[in-house]
Design a protein around this ligand. Sequence first.
Ligand code: HEM
Length: 483
Amino acid sequence: NTNVWMKTQTHKRDYLRNRRSGSFPPGPTAIPIIGNMLSLDRSRTHESLTQLAETYGNVYSLRTGQTWMVVVNSFKVVREALVTHGESVSDRPDLPLQDEIAHGKGVISSNGHLWKQQRRFALSTLRLFGFGKKSLEPFITDEFTHCANIFRSYKGKPLPPHLILNNVVSNIICSLVFGHRFEYGDKNFKNLIKLFDQSLQIEASVWAELYNSFPLLMKHVPGPHQTVKKIWNEVKDFVRNELKEHRKNWDPSDPRDYIDCYLREIQANSGQVDSTFDEENLVICVMDLFVAGSETTSTTLRWAFLYMAKYPEIQEKVQAEIDRVVGQSRPLTMDDRVNLPYTDAVLHEIQRFGNIVPLSLPHVTNKAIQLEGYNIPKGIMIIPNLTSALFDKNEWETPCTFNPGHFLDNEGKFRKRAAFIPFSAGKRLCLGENLARMELFLFFTSFMQHFTFSMPAGVKPDMSFRFGVTLAPKPYEICAIPR
Ligand code: HEM
């Protein structure tokens, strides 16, 4: 209606003029050109943003470069933004660096019809391989065996878990996408892992932020952001090579993996004008699954080891429950989960406290919305502050304490919590949530079944974090003592 239209126009004018109108969310004063970029502590942005909510309320605004963003805080308001206004905030903003890589294709940074079609296909394929008759469960237990052999080779001496875990979880995505795993020493696999790592570091750097805020200027400034395209071209070549191999002995009636399913989809949709299934999208989707699915799961497992070393009494209780219910001789399966409520609660608490994607991914309004009495026009970036939900004082009994009791009722049964949203919520909810939960459960319980984790003599667990693409523990060494 005219009223809403008028208000939207006023907002547009105001935010172009670096000013907030009365009904736009308040926030700290933005400096001309750079906005609020310098007022945030980049090493702990999620904490800075959570603190700002104490001054400006659960819905406030900031500006970086020329982009206005609204940060939403607390479980209630994050849910209202992402679920109640789900459709209106389901788009991703245009981020120049992301655009260099994906060109608006794939799942993570695409929008509209293309995103819907690619997301639906990816979800149904993950379901087929995650829980259907081609379940990934045996791949995960097999991968654990490879990893356990490496851990055992250290004979309880300190080992650096980061790269090993990256290999382990990347191999799960390889099994899903390519239909096979790689030996950890394989030259091509090592190179692939290195490329992902390099790219994630650049995407988490200040260069990426500057590039996204001032693309025209930064295009001509040397820096690591200039190498992103080169790195991704190498990854694309790797995926195209796999694709070529797949085509050689492809049987549409018996898909072995994601690529086979996708090839069938390209064939089935050929000639349809609105089809978005093509090789370019396939390559970007595969890269999206690696980007979103590897570092996240690996980081969570790295936190898990640290928490177990820090709280040996909790680790003992987990091991005792697994020993009692499953024993030491057979591998765990997803069916065991319901019988391991304490272990399940510990794993949930690791995810809550680990808070590994603290600000989710950015969204953008595709139409004007009203949130907590404020008007947010179309085209405003929305930052769902998941930290504020996972540590919300109104939702958790002891938000700042590692307490598995958050997920247990009085009888010791597992208790679901609505505010547990490490995978975000709404239309863009993590696409790999079920796969991630399966991996985390099977890997964590298998580690607990076979190893006890402790810090090297004289070393205390360092629980401080490194803020980057994920909120990760600082590099550490740990002893995995065979049980
Ligand atoms: C998106 C968390 C593992 C694939 C996301 C988002 C979060 C998240 C917070 C952003 C949601 C939003 O925009 O509001 C996690 C965590 C994981 C995990 C905590 C593990 C512990 C995985 C895995 C995969 C995956 C294993 C796939 C194999 C994706 C994809 C998206 C996504 C494709 C983009 C969805 C879209 O834009 O529609 N994830 N994730 N994630 N995740 Fe995950």
